[in-house]
Design a protein around this ligand. Structure first.
Ligand SMILES: *Cc1c(COP(=O)(O)O)cnc(C)c1O
Length: 423
């Protein structure tokens, strides 16, 4: 076996990893007496050690100060959502006034579409990917119907054109060329949840805008995974959740981006008091005057307990920096890929694109022999404390998260698959 695929090399990579100390900032679940090999940060990120203290701070403030907690101290609840604005902007490559943490992903998608999907008879259509995450499709289809249009003609779902179910940039370009004159909106994922494919978001914005469409993104699997430049690429809006790579806990408060050129938009929106101009909010007047920027789309005063863990998580992103996270991510996922190809290629076929620029942390692995064998392997891995997740009919997703996964975790995953197969 070549040196680059050896256990010694995995140990050396961990020793040289500039982010290795960050693993200690997370609570790693146990399997029997050992730490799990946890590769499901794309589904539910691990708990940062600091999260509990942030939640307890809110609980204590509530206990000790009750309603006064809205107005006292640096983490007063009145402006609590602003505490995460700047670190969040750094993670997604935005200006602070372009981002807000609020609601949940699908709720934010609907709110954004109220403002940014404005179909007309001439331009009624939305372009999306076929096989999108169901919630996105439900949201888009219901919006098309809500406006009185017909999803059969006006929800255009681009089929994969590459063998493993991935979509080429050429196919996207052709679809925009063909349907561009009818497109009101392009809604695209940053990273496709099933295949792990990452897209060139800047190019999609460029093509979409040239065709006269609005371009928005669902970044559920991209945020905290890839460095993003939402402002510079001119995206109109984006939504994402914080419980995957952002490690902020189950059902965590989600995120939303609105480009600064829409900060003072007179587009329609569904409004609520927390989106009203913060200087006059408590005059409790009847008229809605939006706060400029993404915060103007807030509806309610935010769930402070739900936001608290995000503060702890974003501290770690600031400590590491998205660029360094990405450097490790390319290396650790590349190491996993090389090991799979060299040692267990007869068991697992990688369907995620091989080019690092077309993927994030995740590799989607099709199990040879079909669903039953796939379930066998998956159940075996779970029984030895190695966690990926299962996607029907025959795919296991493995996502080494650069903040807490080690090269040795990846190495041991491959050893476990070998142990199951037999040498
Ligand atoms: C995880 C995920 C969701 C989940 O939506 P919620 O509103 O947070 O429940 C939606 N869309 C995509 C693409 C996802 O990956």
């Amino acid at each position: 076996m070549t040196e680059a695929l050896s256990r010694t090399h995995a140990i050396a990579l961990d020793a040289a990893d500039p982010l290795r100390a960050l693993r200690n900032e997370f609570l790693i679940p146990k399997h029997k007496h050992n730490e799990q090999l946890y590769f499901v940060g794309n589904s539910l990120g691990l708990q940062p050690r600091g999260a509990r203290a942030q939640v307890l701070e809110v609980m204590d403030k509530w206990a000790n100060e009750a309603v006064e907690g809205h107005f006292t101290g640096a983490s007063q609840w009145m402006t609590y959502h602003e505490l995460v604005r700047e670190p969040l902007a750094r993670v997604v490559g935005a200006q602070p006034q372009e981002v807000v943490a609020m609601n949940s992903l699908t709720a934010n998608l609907h709110l954004m579409m109220v403002s940014f999907y404005r179909p007309t008879r001439e331009r009624p259509a939305i372009l999306m990917e076929a096989g999108a995450f169901p919630s996105d499709r439900h949201a888009l289809e219901s919006q098309v119907r809500f406006h009185g249009f017909d999803p059969a003609t006006d929800l255009i779902e681009l089929e994969a054109d590459e063998p493993n179910g991935t979509i080429s940039m050429q196919a996207i370009e052709r679809a925009i060329a063909e349907h561009g004159h009818r497109l009101a909106l392009i809604l695209w994922p940053g990273v496709q949840y099933r295949t792990g494919q990452a897209f060139d978001l800047g190019e999609i914005v460029r093509l979409g805008h040239a065709a006269g469409a609005v371009v928005g993104f669902d970044l559920a699997h991209a945020v905290g995974n890839l460095p993003l430049r939402l402002h510079d690429i001119n995206a109109d809006f984006a939504v994402w959740c914080h419980y995957k790579y952002l490690n902020s806990g189950p059902g965590a408060v989600a995120g939303c981006f609105v480009h600064t050129r829409h900060a003072d938009t007179d587009r329609p929106r569904f409004a609520g008091w927390w989106g009203h101009d913060k200087h006059s909010r408590f005059r409790m007047g009847p008229e809605f005057l939006p706060t400029p920027g993404a915060e103007g789309w807030q509806l309610s005063n935010p769930p402070i307990l739900g936001l608290a863990p995000l503060r702890a998580s974003l501290d770690l992103f600031d400590r590491a920096g998205m660029e360094a996270i990405r450097v490790k991510s390319v290396q650790i996922t590349g190491f996993l890929e090389a090991l799979i190809r060299a040692r267990i290629g007869d068991v697992l076929e990688i369907i995620t694109p091989a080019e690092p620029s077309r993927r994030g942390a995740q590799l989607s692995l099709r199990v040879a022999g079909g669903r039953e064998r796939g379930r066998e392997l998956f159940d075996y891995l779970a029984s030895v404390g190695t966690l990926g997740d299962w996607r029907e009919p025959d795919v296991i997703r493995i996502s080494p998260a650069p903040l807490y996964n080690r090269y040795m975790d990846v190495y041991r995953f491959v050893e476990e698959v070998e142990a199951w197969r037999g040498f």
